[in-house]
Design a protein around this ligand. Structure first.
Ligand SMILES: [Zn+2]
Length: 145
């Protein structure tokens, strides 16, 4: 899941506030309040919805960007196929490493790859350092929609 971040509202302030109101399903008053905060998060969703929101905000002259929205992703079941307890590899007992977009710092991934017998086979997912057992995740890309 992704989020759209409002960097600058531009000159069509009312139209942008109205779009925020519609996109998030909040009142215009709350949308106005949100639009005045720094780096307001003005849309959430899957890549297709984010691509649409980016286009709409940009067409109104707003400066927007997007990023992963880790709070919107449930990682509860990521390790189900690899583990019985959610933390350890069921093949070898190794401690599983979770690489979560927007949450796991790149430095932690680099450290994992340095220490692991089996480095990560993809950017995001769950990885066993000791036997290479892994589940990789792909979240799509709003730029490719
Ligand atoms: Zn393992």
């Amino acid at each position: 899941m992704f989020k759209v971040i409002l960097k600058s509202i531009g000159s069509n302030r009312l139209k942008v506030m109205s779009l925020i109101s519609r996109t998030l399903g909040i009142s215009l008053a709350n949308a106005k309040r949100l639009a005045l905060t720094d780096f307001a998060e003005v849309a959430y969703g899957e890549p297709a919805a984010i691509a649409k929101a980016l286009k709409e905000f940009t067409e109104l002259g707003a400066d927007v960007d997007y990023d992963y929205w880790p709070e919107g992703m449930s990682t509860d079941h990521w390790a189900d196929e690899l583990s019985n307890d959610g933390f350890h590899c069921k093949l070898c007992g190794g401690k599983l490493f979770f690489s979560i977009p927007g949450k796991t710092p790149g430095a932690e991934c680099a450290q994992f790859n340095k220490m692991a017998k089996y480095p990560m086979s993809g950017g995001f997912g769950v990885f066993c350092p000791d036997c290479g057992n892994a589940i990789t995740k792909y979240f799509g890309d709003p730029n490719l929609v």
